[in-house]
Design a protein around this ligand. Sequence first.
Ligand code: 4LM
Length: 401
Amino acid sequence: MSKDKDKDAQGFSTRAIHFGYDPASHHGALNPPVYLNATYTFESIAQGQQRFSGEAPGYVYARVGNPTQSVLEKRLASLEGGEAAVAVASGIGAITALLWSFLESGDEIVADKTLYGCTFAFMEHGLSRFGIKVHFVDLTETDALAGAVTPQTRFVFFETPTNPNMRVINIREVAKVAHAHGARVIVDNTYGTPYLQRPLECGADFVVHSMTKYLSGHGDLIAGAIIGPADDMVTVRTVGLKDMTGAVLSAFDSFLLLRGIKTLELRMGRHCESALVLARQIESHPQVEKVYYPGLPSHPQYDLACKQMKAFGGMIALELQGGYEAGVRFMDAVQVAQRAVSLGDAETLVQHPASMTHNNYTEEERLAHGISLGLARISVGLENVEDLSADILNALDQSVG
Ligand code: 4LM
C-alpha cells in the first residue's frame, strides 16, 4: 500500500495501468487474476467472526468484495484523487447505493434540472415515495442553489457536462454554497471521466460513474462506481451495496474494466479531438439550428469548460432547423454511426433523448428541464474522423424534408 502511495505522484496512464496491483503477489501474473468466488474460507470460526466484525481484514462473501474488484477500486480512487472507491453493478446502482446509504425520510436533495432519464426517475418518482424531497434547479446559476437549500438538504447532485444538453456546471462554486449550508456534493462524472476533470479536487465530496461508458470504453458491460472519503465508502459498501441494493459487480466485469481503463487517456484524447472537429463542422452546416458542445466559443459555459476540463469530451447534441422530423431523418441517414443509446464506446452512436434515454420525463417535465423534442445526441467514437465527418455531413444534408 505504501508503494502505491508513492505512485500517486505518477502520471494518469501510468496509474491507470499499474496502480493497486503487484504481480509479485500473484505468481507474477501481469494482469490481475479473476477471482471467481462467491464465498471465502476461514482458518477458524474466530477468524471469520473477526472479519465479519471488521476487526480483521479479509474477504468474507463476494457481495461485499472480491480481490479483482479491489484492484479496480484502488485504481479508480487514485485516478479520481479520492481516498477510496466502491465498484458496483451499474451507474444507477452507484447513485442508489450512495443515496440509500445516507438518506432518511424528511431529508432533501437539490439536483440540477438536467439529469440522465433514469437518475431523474429515481429522484423524482422513486425517492419521493419514501418521504425524500428533491428540488430541481438550474445549477449553472449558483444563486438558484442558495434559494433551494434548506436545513434538511443533505446532498447537492449534478452531472457536468449534463446528459443530454451539455450544460457545464461550476463544481467549485456549487461546492462552496453547498458546504456553507452543510450539504455534501455528488458529481456524476460519467461524461467527464477522471481524465478530463476531477470533481473531488474542485471541492465535491463524492463522484459517481456509469462505468458502462468511457471507463469500460468497449460497450461490453454494465457497471458503476462511487468514489469518496474512506469512512463513507465503508458505509456505502456495508449498507448501500451489501444490504440495500445488492448491486455487486462481477469479478469478470471488474477485469474487463481494468483492461478498458488502461487506455482511457488514449481513447479520451481521440474522442475529444474528433468531437471538436465534428462540432465545428456541424455548427457551420446550413441545416443546423444549434449545436451544444462545450468546446465551441458559442457554448454559454465555454470559459468555464476551458478552466474546469482538460478537453471537452466526446458528446455532442444538436437541433436541426426542421425540428423533430429533421432530427429523425438525420439519425435515420447515418451509416458509419450506429443508432443506439449509451455512450463512450469505440463505435459512434446517435440517439433521440426525448423518446429514448430521457423518455421517463413526461413531456411537461422534459420541457421544464430543458430537453427539447428535436434534440439529437451523438457519442463520437474512435473511427477515423474523415469517415465520421463524411457520414455526419451527409446525414445532415439528408435531414431536409
Ligand atoms: C445513456 N446513460 O445516456 P447505467 N449517469 C449518467 C448516464 O448517462 C447514465 C447513467 C448514470 C445512458 C444509458 C442508456 C450520466 C446512463 C446510468 O446505465 O446504470 O450504467 O448508468 O445513453
